[in-house]
Design a protein around this ligand. Sequence first.
Ligand SMILES: Nc1nc2c(ncn2[C@@H]2O[C@H](COP(=O)(O)OP(=O)(O)OP(=O)(O)O)[C@@H](O)[C@H]2O)c(=O)[nH]1
Length: 391
Amino acid sequence: MDDEDDAPPMLVSADGTDAVDASLSGEMEDMNVTKVPISIITGYLGAGKSTLLNYILTARHGKKIAVILNEFGNTTSLEQKPLTVSSADSSLATEWLDLANGCICCSVKDAGVNALESLMARRGAFDYILLETTGLADPGNIAPVFWVDEGLGSSIYLDGIVAVVDAGGLGRELDEPVGEEAVEHEGHGGKALSVAHLQISHADVVIVNKADLVSEAQLAAVVARVRAINSLASVRVTTRGRVDALEGSVLDLHAYDRVRREDLDFAAKGHSHLDKAIGTATVRFGVLGEGGMGALDAWLRRVLWESKVPGFEGAVGWEVHRAKGRVRLEGGRVKMLQGVREIFELIDGVDVDGGSGEEEQGGRIVFIGRNISGETAEAFQKSLDTALAGV
Ligand SMILES: Nc1nc2c(ncn2[C@@H]2O[C@H](COP(=O)(O)OP(=O)(O)OP(=O)(O)O)[C@@H](O)[C@H]2O)c(=O)[nH]1
């Protein structure tokens, strides 16, 4: 939070003094203030999503929150037509409830982006949006709609994805998915992938809920399993969704517009092999010049857009769910990489870390996804080394 990466740009007057034109600063404020954060709450059936939402809505946070309970479970139609999901009855979008803590809650039991657009027409009435998905939703299909869509992107920004898991039931959901729960059967030498895997691998925060129903040892095992699946996410243990501090732990994560060094540190320290279906690969590289940056960008396109590891075409059966990284450029500039599935973005950052630590002598990218471990992870590194050699 106190990372200088996140500081708003300073306004400096044309004559070089620090004075800032008041009207200009007012305008800039207006532009910034109107962007509303949206957090996506996913989680398996009955894991405690509604309980967490109720807790958030009644907690003290001084925010006016709009809640959308939606039917994004049908991800296929959303994927095909992200902006034309129709709302059956737009009148449902205006049911406002006053909550005891001054929070205004608008519950939209509706199906998609149109609901959000009609919600945004009431801009000013709320300053945060929580979207609760159905238990079977795949967040990898939903996140890009809010993250990169131009129309919505100008009024909303994706703050983070929160996955709620049931401490007692998670093992079975991961290991023995049945029916719709099993999204991918074994193949390419990998393990079956469940909806629970997908929800955890895409999450920025995982809430391990129903802690009261398991022993300390079971709880520790579940937390370790979650960390093995997603070493980039932070993990919070709760009973009835009662998270200690909401801001920074569930709300206001800024998980898509910043990448702090410590975000990558944990993932880079190696990962346990408690889960066979989802793995982590960390690639490292030196400080890049312009040519190197171009080569990295081209390599990322091959990997993320075409699902190919250049030079290692035999490496198949893997898929990237989440990618985060920091690239150090000559001259002290930093670029931050954010990726969900095939979509990625390289955002300008500031080199606040100064490259002091050993880890930060160059750049790092962490990939999380299906069958990404061992040989595939090695192939990623060797392939990138070749791509960057001699540039
Ligand atoms: N013992 C215990 N029960 C919990 C906890 N959290 C939620 N529950 C109960 O578990 C049940 C399911 O919780 P919900 O919050 O409705 O779960 P959900 O994920 O919204 O469920 P769906 O919308 O059906 O997917 C409810 O009966 C809750 O009261 C917890 O930490 N401990």
